[in-house]
Design a protein around this ligand. Structure first.
Ligand code: ATP
Length: 326
């Protein structure tokens, strides 16, 4: 006997490619297990407004390959207040929904924790964020697509940089974490990487660029994580240019292009596996945990531990950038 009969599924916080694959897996596995499943539009906003609809298997046809989220996503100020959560609970109660899958980040999981404590509605989380900065999973949903999108752009930038002997500063996403930047730096053959986890030393960066210049490199690329404490790519480029002006310098900010696009195979599979795991967990009566993948096994981590981490940057990866940029 399953612990739940009617479940909801929603996406919340920032969107990430692979969310649709996950929604599809939740819907199909719920129906496979004779559960009723409701799509909740716009995350907690839609929950408060009762913006749900019953989903049949065909509702998720033709979405596994699409970026974005068919359920839309939102941040909800109202859900931060008890009054908003009370409304959300009443809406779920009327619809008879007794548990839900939330695809989002640690903020979404914090909200679900409070909600469960107050009203006893159970939630299983799936890590949907391109930043790859959550404990409890080796990869978050959307990270692989985001780095592949960024790399495609960086490869193109390299072509033009090389043609004109230019130095490019390329800003990638990562407000608090440098995982995207670090992966892009290694895969894109960047000369240097600037991330929030380490203190930025402009003179050291100039030293690396000078080394390349004297080794007759015809172009250079520095990957900058948007959240670096020394400023974004424009600011860092300006500081470097004041002391090192051998190359013609340009800045490119990749921005939201990194959030969109068709999810990679890895993200489709990750979303599918975690979506099914989340439904099975709800049926078993698990609550307040995030489904993640560690060493290719599904692992459930309590929401309290599935928090952001940005200090665990792989030092060895950082060292690789330096060696490979010789
Ligand atoms: P991302 O990683 O993309 O930022 P996220 O899930 O961390 O995703 P947030 O905006 O932090 O995004 O959280 C999503 C929503 O969760 C918030 O808009 C809010 O409605 C709810 N939420 C977050 N923290 C709490 C909290 N302490 N209490 C109640 N609700 C919360």
């Amino acid at each position: 006997m399953a612990a739940v009969k009617k479940i909801g599924v929603m996406t919340s916080g920032g969107d990430s490619p692979g969310m649709n694959a996950c929604i599809r897996a939740v819907v199909r596995s719920a129906i496979y297990n004779n559960l009723e499943v409701y799509g909740i539009n716009r995350g907690y906003e839609g929950m408060i407004d009762g913006d749900f609809f019953k989903m049949q298997s065909h509702a998720v046809s033709n979405i596994v390959q699409r970026g974005g989220t068919m359920l839309k996503t939102a941040r909800s100020k109202r859900f931060m207040e008890k009054e908003g959560r009370q409304k959300a609970f009443e809406r779920l109660k009327v619809a008879g929904i007794d548990g839900f899958v939330a695809i989002g980040g640690d903020g979404t999981f914090r909200g679900a924790t409070v909600f469960e404590e107050e009203f006893g509605v159970t939630c299983i989380g799936v890590p949907g964020t391109i930043d790859n900065d959550l404990y409890g999973t080796d990869y978050t949903l959307g990270f692989d697509t985001a780095i592949n999108t960024a790399i495609e752009a960086i490869d193109k930038i390299r072509d033009t940089a090389d043609a004109h002997n230019r130095l490019f500063f390329v800003e990638v996403m990562g407000r608090d974490a440098g995982f995207i930047a670090l992966s892009c730096a290694i895969a894109g053959g960047a000369e240097a990487v600037i991330i929030p986890e380490t203190k930025t030393d402009i003179d050291n960066l100039i030293g690396i660029l000078e080394r390349g210049w004297y080794h007759k490199k015809s172009s250079a690329i520095v990957i900058v994580a948007e959240g670096d404490e020394a400023g974004g790519a424009y600011e860092i480029a300006k500081k470097v240019k004041e002391k090192f002006n051998e190359y013609d310098t340009r800045v490119t900010v990749l921005g939201h292009i990194q959030r969109g696009g068709n999810p990679t195979v890895r993200d489709r599979i990750l979303g599918s596996r975690l979506g099914i795991a989340a439904v099975e967990a709800l049926m078993e009566g698990k609550k307040n945990v995030m489904a993640g993948l560690i060493n290719d096994e599904v692992v459930f981590t309590p929401f309290a531990n599935a928090t952001k981490h940005n200090l665990d940057i792989n030092q060895d990866m950082l060292r690789l950038v330096d060696i490979l940029s010789m």
